[in-house]
Design a protein around this ligand. Structure first.
Ligand SMILES: [Zn+2]
Ligand SMILES: [Zn+2]
Ligand SMILES: [Zn+2]
Length: 120
């Protein structure tokens, strides 16, 4: 008996044999039923109404990793351009007042003002 996951990297179903590598993990972990908390393999989950877990399939993990890597690098580039580290350090060191507020506002705007959130 195997269960299925939906690969949200490429958008397809795949059969899983009991363990899968999840985002943020370096080792595959046992797939657990969200409804009852038991491993998906070896137990009957016919009565469980668990949502399907989105897990990138083994074939697309490499690609996904690359994509995440690129996203991280792009972020780091933007952060360097903006001077995030330096501004952040400066902001933290400033005493409370208009200067700190202004710098804090600038940082928040940079963090949340562009990318996906801008289109919402
Ligand atoms: Zn699985
Ligand atoms: Zn279950
Ligand atoms: Zn896939």
């Amino acid at each position: 008996m195997s269960h299925r996951h939906f690969c949200d990297s490429a958008g397809h179903w795949w059969d899983c044999n009991g363990t899968a590598l999840r985002r943020g993990e370096t080792e595959p972990s046992v797939c657990l039923c969200v409804a009852c908390g038991r491993p998906l393999e070896g137990f009957d989950h016919g009565e469980c109404d668990a949502p399907v877990e989105l897990v990138v399939c083994p074939e697309h993990q490499e690609e996904e990793r690359r994509r995440m890597d690129e996203a991280r690098k792009a972020y780091e580039r933007r952060a360097a351009q903006f001077g995030f580290e330096e501004k952040w350090t400066r902001m933290k060191a400033l005493p409370d007042g208009p200067e700190k507020d202004a710098l804090g506002g600038e940082i928040v705007e940079w963090l949340f003002g562009d990318g996906d959130r801008q289109r919402q």
